[in-house]
Design a protein around this ligand. Structure first.
Ligand SMILES: *Cc1c(COP(=O)(O)O)cnc(C)c1O
Length: 359
């Protein structure tokens, strides 16, 4: 296998060991067929689904009073499912606006209820997190929604906000499984798979069971959490292949020592990349130090006219997909769980060489 270091923001790099397993399992998984070719109701696939759920429960220490759902439609569909399942018309909901993804979540929620934006960092171009003490929470919000990691801006909460009795809802798409979290602090967690879990096509939703009965009338069956909870997420045909790969990734993370070990590695990878950026006068990262993401590291070159050269030389060095999001410019290195530490080391080396040659 000839692999490059892939810094894509998503769909993103998968563990090499998992890709190997997938290759072995195709075309002969349980006797002459691949997992893609069997019924989701077969006992072989039910075992895949149940094991994946249990492994995820083990990794995140998910308490028994939470349901784990596997849903299609991406994190974007959760932007609508959350309000449709937790509110009635006219209800008020609280949202923290810290970047492009929370903005999208807010725009969607506005179609269904009154959205109160409790804090907004657009005035710093989404480069910091407004202090929790300044948030203007509603008296009667149905929930408080935030985005623990803003994938585009590279802004991450390194704490869990205190929402009191109000259910806390979090879009963990680009940070789930990067470190341990206390699930009992949340009402709902959701994450699209294609950053830290699996190929695109599945979204993990963890819901506290008492919230399953809150949905409004006339919500489509496939947008109703309870339906997924009561059917083992098999009310219709689920994306079986993605679910299977997710299961392999969960097993892989357990074998690596679980999320404590994963977090230690992620912290180290991020620290050395930020250190390389901060210690140079050629590269910079605009995000306030207490809110820098472990997973997505944007940076700009002092001379943006060198961007194209940086990218083409990085490409040639086997360091791929470093171009920043079009709304931010510059570069972005996404260093998810499956990015080996060696990839970060190689990137840092490349950046130093490029600076020496071009500064
Ligand atoms: C990628 C991403 C999304 C969108 O995910 P889709 O699966 O494409 O809908 C939403 N939120 C965050 C934080 C993301 O990183």
């Amino acid at each position: 296998m000839s692999r490059v270091f892939n810094f894509s923001a998503g769909p993103a790099v998968l563990p090499e060991a998992v890709l190997k397993q997938v290759r072995e399992d195709i075309p002969d998984w349980h006797g002459g067929m691949s997992v893609m070719e069997v019924s989701h109701r077969s006992k072989e696939f039910i075992a895949v689904a149940e094991t994946a759920e249990q492994d995820l429960r083990d990794l995140l220490s998910i308490p028994d009073d939470y349901a784990v759902l596997f849903v299609q439609g991406g994190a974007t569909m959760q932007f609508s499912m959350v309000p449709l399942n937790l509110t009635g018309p006219g209800d008020t909901v609280d949202y923290v606006q810290t970047g492009a993804w929370s903005k999208k979540a807010i725009a969607e929620a506005r179609r269904f209820c009154n959205v109160n934006v409790v804090a907004d960092s657009s005035d710093s171009n989404f480069c910091h997190i407004p202090p929790e003490s300044d948030w203007r929470l509603s008296e009667d919000a149905a929930y408080l929604h935030y985005t623990p990691n803003e994938t585009i801006g590279g802004v991450e909460f390194h704490y869990v906000p205190d929402s009191g009795e109000v259910p806390l809802v979090a879009d963990l798409s680009s940070t789930i499984l990067s470190r341990p979290i206390d699930v009992s602090r949340f009402g709902i967690l959701y994450a699209g798979a294609q950053k830290n879990i699996a190929p695109a096509g599945i979204t993990v939703v963890v819901v506290r069971k008492d919230l399953l009965s809150r949905e409004r009338e006339q919500v489509p069956t496939l947008l109703t959490y309870k339906v997924y909870a009561e059917s083992g997420s098999m009310i219709n045909t689920p994306p079986t292949f993605t679910w299977y790969v997710a299961g392999l990734v969960f097993k892989h993370l357990k074998a690596q020592g679980g999320l404590e070990a994963v977090a230690e590695r992620n912290a180290r990878k991020a620290a050395k990349l930020y250190e390389a950026i901060d210690s140079s006068s050629y590269y910079s990262n605009p995000v306030s130090k207490d809110a820098r993401s472990w997973m997505n590291v944007p940076f700009v070159l002092r001379d943006p006219s060198a961007d194209a050269k940086f990218l083409s030389e990085a490409d040639a060095a086997g360091l791929r997909n470093l171009k920043g999001h079009r709304s931010v410019g510059g570069m972005r290195a996404s260093i998810y769980n499956a990015m080996p530490e060696e990839g970060v080391d190689r990137l840092i080396e490349f950046m130093r060489d490029f600076e020496l040659a071009n500064a």
